[in-house]
Design a protein around this ligand. Structure first.
Ligand code: PGA
Length: 250
């Protein structure tokens, strides 16, 4: 059984002053029974990893290039993120799929690069509201899962986050039946591709307006192994109750 995972996504937020929140999160638990990961802006990775060297808290990045290094002005390669202290990287977040036209093919190449650098790839997928209303959610998710996962994916190197686009940053969350339907579907697809030992071992996170007051209901849904939390991961006050809810759901 894999440990459950509470992951935060700070997006384009945070300066060194925000490291105080990380310290509070780290100080709240000595040896939690779940994994806790915060994906920070790349500018904070080195200082955060120095600060958290003795702590259980893991840090990650939010994107990487598919090449390890080279003439790619403004980009960051996976080995650079690992060198700065990241152990994981978010890939294929809907904000990047929408704003930069990132395709599932590109996400797969980035995930392969992340794996080569020893990083866990936290691969995001999810449908838009228009796709859901057109009854296409499961088709979209199937395509995204099948294309975005490289053959280097294993339950140890890869985590999947289902994030319905319409629920991100909107205060709307998918209801438990919707989450159960998608997570069950993802589980079947993973088991078909990776077999009955590995398929069930992949961690499936839900993301999209996860907050202290809805976390317990979301964690009670079958096949939800944790959360990817945006806004509510920015402060210890909002994030720690979500960590507690996940611990209590075990
Ligand atoms: P949110 O973001 O929790 O602020 O909705 C989730 C995400 O984008 O990962």
């Amino acid at each position: 059984m894999q440990r459950k995972l509470a992951a935060g996504n700070w997006k384009m937020n945070g300066t060194r002053a925000s490291l105080a929140e990380l310290e509070k999160i780290a100080a709240s638990r000595k040896a939690p029974a779940i994994d806790v990961l915060l994906c920070l802006p790349a500018t904070l990775l080195s200082s955060a990893s120095a600060l958290l060297a003795e702590s259980h808290l893991m840090i990650g990045a939010q994107d990487c290039h598919a090449e390890p290094s080279g003439a790619f002005t403004g980009d960051l390669g996976a080995p650079m993120l690992a060198d700065a202290g990241a152990t994981a990287v978010i890939l294929g977040h809907s904000e990047r799929r929408a704003a930069y036209g990132e395709t599932s093919d590109a996400v797969r190449d980035k995930a392969r690069a992340a794996h080569a650098a020893g990083l866990t790839a936290l691969i995001c997928l999810g449908e838009t509201l228009a796709e859901r209303e057109a009854q296409r959610a499961l088709d979209i998710i199937t395509e995204q899962l099948e294309t975005s996962l490289p053959d280097t994916a294993t339950p140890e190197t890869t985590v999947i986050a289902y994030e319905p686009v319409w629920a991100i940053g909107t205060g709307l969350t998918a209801d438990p039946d919707q989450i159960a339907e998608v997570h069950g579907h993802l589980r079947r697809l993973l088991t078909r591709r990776f077999g009955t030992e590995q398929g069930p071992a992949f961690r499936l996170l839900y993301g999209g307006s996860v907050k202290p007051d809805n976390a317990a209901a979301i964690f009670a849904v079958p096949d939800v192994d944790g959360a990817l939390v945006g806004g509510a991961s920015l402060t210890a006050a909002a994030f720690l109750p979500i960590v507690t809810a996940l611990e209590d759901s075990r």
